[in-house]
Each structure stands twice: as C-alpha cells, then as structure tokens.
Design a protein around this ligand. Structure first.
Ligand code: GRF
Length: 216
C-alpha cells in the first residue's frame, strides 16, 4: 500500500471529502500528494490546511500538452500510488498519460454519462427537460469522460429546479459517493479488468451501481 494522489484545478471540495474519509478511516489509505495545475486553486489551500503534501505544476509553464503531461507523469510515478483521483482536474490528459496509469486513474463527472460529457453540464440539464441529473465516477481512458463507469448517483429533479440548489445537491452526492468508491477500490472490492469494472460480492455496488438520491 502506497497511497493516493489527487489532482485538482479548482475548489477542491471532493479532495476534502476524500481526505476526511481517510482521516476517519472510512478509506484504508492516505492522500500522499495533491497536485494542482493551477497556482490559484483553492484545492491547494485545502491541502495546506489538511497538512497534505502538495505541489503546483503549472501547465502554463509548458509549451506543449505532452511536455506538461510528461512532467506530471514523472512526478506521480515517484510515489507509485495505488490510485490517482481526478477531483475537478480541468485538463485533458494525453494518451501517454492515461495509458501509463491505466486502471489506476479515476474521475468524477457531474452528469449521468454518457449524457453530457465535457463542460457546463448543469447548464445543459437546466436547458433540457430532463427529469434527472447526477454524477458518474469512472475509470479514465484516452477518450474524455468515456472510460468504464464504476458508479452513478442519480438525483430526481423537481419541476423548474433552482440552479444553486441543484449544484449543491450534486456536490452532496459527489461527496457521499466518491469516498465510497475510493474506499472499495482501495479494498479491492472494485477492480478494473480489461477495460471493465468488476465488483466483488461484498461491494455495496455488486447488485446495483446506481444510487438514487433525494432532492434536498
Ligand atoms: C465536481 O463537480 C466534479 O464533478 C467535476 O468538477 C467539480 C469539482 O468540484 N469534475 P470540487 O473542485 O471538488 O469542489
């Protein structure tokens, strides 16, 4: 067991939810490094407060995406982490990077994938007549937001949902579901095999990897 590396670009609330779950021993591991590509990320402030080693590798200091990803890769490789968690990391990763960490790299996306990959998912939901919104946790492959789905949290929407409330609900779901998935990956209840996700019988997702949440 070596630990977890978390990549952030912004607010870092998912980082904090996972750190807290580690602290409470709900995850049998520790965050050994937080990496931000953005020097102003609040996630770095959170890492400092939580006493977690952190570094900024500013993508603007690299002339190509490949150079940035290589530097990120070399930095992560020194830890030989059990798991690399994208938590609001807003950079598209190269094939070299995703292949290097195949099966060890996960992401959380604020939509019910395959619906609404990419950015501005909340706006897209509000412009639609969708009855549900949600989050997807998935392994990361070379295609953005298209890797094998681990678990989804589904939120039933009221008529004319309030945007702020909807985003708060989505965050609440993320902070509940992401630590649970991370815990099960660390405990080998969730495994990645040939681009597929396998659940052991004692996984809470074994019979159903879709979790329904109430609007609050
Ligand atoms: C989350 O909504 C996550 O789904 C998306 O980026 C957001 C990050 O939020 N990938 P935070 O930085 O963890 O608060």
């Amino acid at each position: 067991m070596t630990g977890i590396v978390v990549l952030v670009s912004g607010n870092g609330s998912n980082l904090e939810a996972i750190a807290e779950a580690c602290y409470k021993n709900q995850i049998n591991s520790n965050i050994i490094n937080v990496i931000s590509n953005n020097p102003d990320a609040f996630g770095i402030v959170r890492a400092k407060r939580l006493n977690i080693p952190h570094i900024c590798i500013d993508h603007k200091e690299f002339s190509t995406r490949d150079d940035f990803d290589l530097s990120l890769m070399r930095h992560i490789e020194q830890f030989d982490p059990d798991l690399i968690i994208l938590a609001g990391f807003m950079r598209i990763l190269t094939k070299t990077f995703t292949r290097c960490f195949n099966g060890k790299l996960i992401n959380i996306h604020p939509s019910i994938l395959p619906k609404y990959p990419g950015l501005n998912t909340h706006e897209k939901v509000l412009l639609s007549d969708d009855k549900h919104h949600g989050v997807t946790i998935h392994y990361v492959n070379e295609v953005v937001d298209a890797g094998a789905i681990i678990a989804q949290g589904i939120l039933k929407l009221p008529d004319s949902p309030d945007e702020r409330k909807m985003i708060d609900n989505i965050h609440r779901i993320e902070h509940d579901l992401y630590p649970k998935v991370v815990s099960e990956i660390i405990d080998h209840k969730i495994k990645y095999k040939n681009e597929n996700v396998k659940f052991t019988k004692d996984s809470i997702f074994y019979e159903n990897n879709v979790v329904n949440y109430e609007w609050k």
